[in-house]
Design a protein. Structure first.
Length: 152
């Protein structure tokens, strides 16, 4: 059964009240809207966020490893300290997002918009990007050990 935005936000609020970690591992949350949602510290590993709206969401320290964020809207989202290793960010929009200290190892960044994003301390080793990936001004993906090309 697919959860609704309301279900997810209620679960997140209850988890915070109980001082527990929200666990949505492997859920299908595609095409849902989480504008400015507080999903910090959540287990979102393997979640399908394809075409989801996470604009201005707080995903700090969340585990998004292996998540599908294909064409997701993450404009100005807080992903500080988040784990995005092996995540698929194909054509995702992270313009102005905070990715400070985020783990993006082996992430797929084909066509991803990272313009204006904060990447200080982010781990981009073996992240894959292409000609359509937009980086912050002055950012050098090769120096960050990201790899140009499509193969994994």
């Amino acid at each position: 059964m697919k959860l609704s935005e309301r279900d997810v936000l209620k679960m997140a609020r209850l988890a915070r009240e109980r001082e527990e970690r929200l666990d949505l591992h492997g859920r299908d949350l595609s095409s849902l809207g989480f504008y400015a949602a507080d999903l910090r510290d959540a287990d979102l590993s393997g979640v399908d966020f394809t075409e989801a709206n996470l604009t201005r969401a707080n995903l700090s320290n969340a585990d998004l490893s292996g998540a599908a964020l294909v064409q997701a809207g993450l404009v100005e989202a807080n992903l500080g300290g988040a784990i995005l290793s092996d995540a698929d960010l194909l054509r995702a929009d992270l313009e102005g997002a905070n990715l400070e200290g985020a783990d993006l190892r082996r992430a797929r960044l084909r066509g991803t918009n990272l313009a204006g994003a904060t990447l200080t301390g982010a781990d981009l080793r073996r992240a894959r990007y292409d000609d359509y990936t937009r980086w912050p001004v002055g950012f050098d993906p090769e120096a960050a050990e990201a790899v140009f090309g499509l193969s994994s």
